[in-house]
Design a protein around this ligand. Structure first.
Ligand code: SAM
Length: 301
């Protein structure tokens, strides 16, 4: 009889190779398939997520189920979304002993998380889970769009603990003036409080990726970090400010598609108390909000 695996064994690269070969499974770089093979990192991710036995956790990309299993030991329930159908039979084997995990074959980019959670928890959590936590070792090829999908759709996510390329992680948690601070930083910090939890070397994955990683914790704010009159305009101003990073904020905005003349931008910067010679990357979220609100008042949007 073939050897069956318990999920605890799957942090050995040798065992991972064995199970992959038994299922004739070839990892696909195009799907970001780099599996975690380090118990310590798995524990650190679970700790960072601060999971209790009341929690519903949504995991993106369970892979072989190592993180899923660790999450299920703490949470009331785990719903795991896996795009690659070839991993489903493997997960049925590795997660067989857990009764509180539901693996859903789906593309996380296409999923309405609230709707899915509602369907999967109708009979529990007192008539359906209200908020939930997202935990993932993200497929790196869609890190940014996935984060934006979860944030801009205003899903009922309370917090996210996400592993990603270190370079992207630094951008999410950057402060104004830092080279990593950009429009992605502003977008993420508008919706969440972002902090770098810890770095992860490439050696803890099978197969090893070409870059190091880091885990970021995003705690959803009750309301956005700053008050803006027109959200679309706010993000348009932010994108324009970072579109030409080497230019002053005056030049970047007046040569952008916002449709304001240099004189108008100069006036608006003055009204907002922002030196026109500053670079966009030095502006705080508050300054971007004030500036975009002033654009709105002047009728430019
Ligand atoms: N959680 C596992 C671990 O830590 O070992 C696997 C993480 S691996 C970096 C990313 C996983 O996401 C893979 O299992 C991959 O098949 C899956 N995946 C890729 N794109 C996806 C998508 N759009 N929706 C859901 N899962 C996806």
């Amino acid at each position: 009889m073939e050897e069956r695996f318990t999920v605890g064994e799957l942090t050995s690269p040798k065992k991972v190779r064995e199970i992959l070969s038994r299922y004739h499974f070839k990892t696909r770089k195009s799907l970001g398939q780099n599996f975690l093979v380090d118990n310590n990192i798995i524990s650190k991710i679970v700790s960072a997520a601060e999971i209790t036995d009341q929690d519903l956790v949504v995991e993106i990309g369970p892979g072989l189920g190592v993180l899923t299993s660790a999450l299920a030991q703490r949470a009331q329930k785990v719903v795991a979304l896996e795009l690659d159908n070839k991993l489903i039979p493997i997960l049925e084997e590795t997660l067989a002993s857990h009764k509180n995990i539901e693996v859903v074959p789906a593309d996380a980019m296409e999923v309405n998380f609230d709707q899915l959670v509602h369907e999967k928890t109708r009979g529990s959590f007192g008539g359906g889970a209200k908020g939930y936590k997202v935990v993932a070792n993200l497929p790196y090829y869609i890190t940014t769009p996935l984060i934006m999908h979860m944030l801009t759709n205003n899903f009922n996510i309370n917090s996210m603990v996400l592993m990603m390329q270190r370079e992207v992680a630094r951008r999410l948690a950057a402060a104004p003036g830092n080279k990593d601070y950009g429009s992605l930083t502003v977008a993420v910090q508008y919706y969440t409080e972002a902090s770098l939890a810890f770095g992860v070397p490439r050696t803890v994955f099978y197969p090893q990726p070409e870059v190091d990683s880091a885990v970021v914790k995003l705690t959803k704010r009750k309301s956005p970090a700053v008050e803006v009159v027109d959200q679309e305009l706010f993000f348009k101003v932010v994108r324009a400010a970072f579109g030409k990073r080497r230019k002053t904020i005056l030049n970047a905005l007046s040569s952008s598609n916002i449709g304001a003349t240099k004189e108008q931008v100069d006036l608006l910067l003055g009204q907002s108390g922002i030196d026109p010679k500053r670079r966009g990357e030095t502006l705080t979220l508050e300054e971007f909000a004030l500036l975009s609100n002033n654009f709105y008042t002047m009728g430019i949007f």
